[in-house]
Design a protein around this ligand. Structure first.
Ligand SMILES: NC(=O)c1ccc[n+]([C@@H]2O[C@H](COP(=O)([O-])OP(=O)(O)OC[C@H]3O[C@@H](n4cnc5c(N)ncnc54)[C@H](O)[C@@H]3O)[C@@H](O)[C@H]2O)c1
Ligand SMILES: [Zn+2]
Ligand SMILES: [Zn+2]
Length: 395
């Protein structure tokens, strides 16, 4: 089968790889109909997560049709031919964490847990196509995908949803939603969101679905003016950090107290021209720090006293100069995590079916799988105003 494989930093290609097949008795094989490139894939593309091997199949945002089911899959839940979306974390459904809805913390699916034990203290869930730190599973930017614990993981797609709407439920819609929902927003809250990529765009829309009073979105108007424009169209007030002081603008917009909820939808590759931005760049280039926590620092600094900082952008290792003094003395709460996608899918299906959101609003590019390498370039270097790229293996 054809699949997108990681070759080296800044190089992926579509190659022939061994077919996905049933290995364990509760596996399924899914024929992929739509699959996306994620901001998280860019951390692998850029070589920031040093646990990829050449030939690893990428991708963790797929949907498609069940081609084959293992003998022990619960047939009252799934049958061959069902259209399904595949949440990016792989859950067993039975462990301490899965039973509490913390599916991205599943204790049983990261089969290479010795690596994660060392880096994180305990392993987190397996993730498709996301390096050997999360199990080394083959990813979904491919013609077919093997999905373990199929009756736990594959989420049936109602007929009224298009493939493009459904594929947004594999990761970024639930992720943007969790970024705000797990902060327990109140109706008069102001939510500030750093980063207007796919996750930030869904965090904006989700803050509105969850009843926030005001949503403020921050990004770089020189590099990605179209992303700020999309945020404005969604109803957010925007701050262009290439031209405005983020702290000053946030204080102006919140009567001097700061936002109640501050969402970091940027992650470990944040950029910026301030002294700390340059410091991070130098430290990460000299391997003295893996993550560039510019946005975490700024969010902690700007957040109102007693507010919540939600870190939904991905970090991989270690960061420097986190302002623990401000964090502690202002009494802030930190919420974070890889998204527990399974938990949010039913609620989000409800919003889509009720017509409160059409998650395909984000898609700017549709390409055949064979052009995945071009897709990565477009998305990584913000060419052609790319925001979300959907790959179609059948095209
Ligand atoms: N926690 C999860 O489950 C989960 C799931 C999916 C993605 N993610 C992570 O979320 C983050 C965003 O993903 P995406 O797909 O939107 O990525 P993306 O790369 O398309 O978007 C990131 C945006 O942040 C902006 N940015 C960079 N530095 C900034 C700064 N200092 N201030 C404000 N904005 C800044 C960039 O211009 C860009 O528009 C990534 O780190 C990704 O790995 C997390
Ligand atoms: Zn993703
Ligand atoms: Zn589990």
């Amino acid at each position: 089968m054809k699949a997108t494989v990681w070759c080296a930093p800044y190089k992926v290609s579509v190659e022939n790889v061994p077919d996905a097949k049933i290995i364990n008795r509760r596996d399924a094989v899914v024929r992929i109909q739509a699959t996306c490139i994620c901001g998280s894939d860019l951390h692998l593309y850029d070589g920031c997560i040093p646990f990829m091997k050449p030939g690893d199949v990428m991708g963790h945002e797929p949907m498609g049709v069940i081609e084959e089911l293992g003998p022990d899959v619960d047939k009252s839940k799934l049958k061959v031919g069902d259209r399904v979306v595949v949440p990016f974390p792989i859950a067993c459904g039975a462990c301490f964490f899965c039973r509490r809805g913390l599916t991205s913390c599943c204790d049983n699916t990261n089969i290479k847990s010795h690596l994660a034990d060392k880096v994180f203290g305990q392993p987190t869930a397996g993730i498709y196509g996301y390096s050997h730190l999360t199990g080394g599973f083959s990813g979904g930017q491919a013609e077919f995908l093997r999905a373990p614990f199929a009756d736990v993981n594959l989420q049936k797609v109602p007929d009224e949803l298009t493939n493009e709407q459904a594929v947004m439920l594999a990761d970024i819609f639930p992720t943007g939603y969790m970024a705000v929902a797990h902060c327990d927003p109140k109706p008069d809250d102001t939510v500030a969101i750093w980063g207007c990529g796919p996750v930030g765009q869904f965090a904006i829309r989700s803050a509105m679905l969850l009843g926030a009073n005001k949503v403020i979105a921050i990004d770089d108007g020189k590099r990605v003016p179209n992303r700020l424009e999309m945020a404005r169209r969604s109803g957010a007030t925007t701050i262009d950090f290439s031209d405005e002081y983020v702290y000053d603008r946030l204080m102006e917009l919140t009567g001097g107290i700061g936002p109640d909820i501050c969402v970091d939808a940027v992650g470990m590759e944040a950029h910026g021209w301030s002294l700390d931005g340059v410091y991070d760049k130098v430290k990460s280039m000299t391997m003295m720090e893996t993550d560039r926590p510019k946005v975490i620092r700024q969010a902690i600094h700007c957040c109102r006293k007693g507010g919540t900082v939600s870190i939904i952008g991905v970090y991989g290792g270690f960061a420097d100069k986190i302002p623990t003094g401000a964090l502690m003395n202002k009494g802030l709460t930190i919420k974070t995590g890889q998204c527990h996608v399974h938990k949010y899918v039913p609620e989000l299906l409800g919003h889509i079916k009720a017509g409160r959101i059409d998650p395909s609003f984000l898609i700017t590019h549709r390409l055949p799988l064979s052009q995945a390498a071009e897709g990565y370039k477009l998305f990584r270097f913000h060419q052609e105003e790319a925001i979300k790229i959907v790959l179609d293996p059948a095209a």
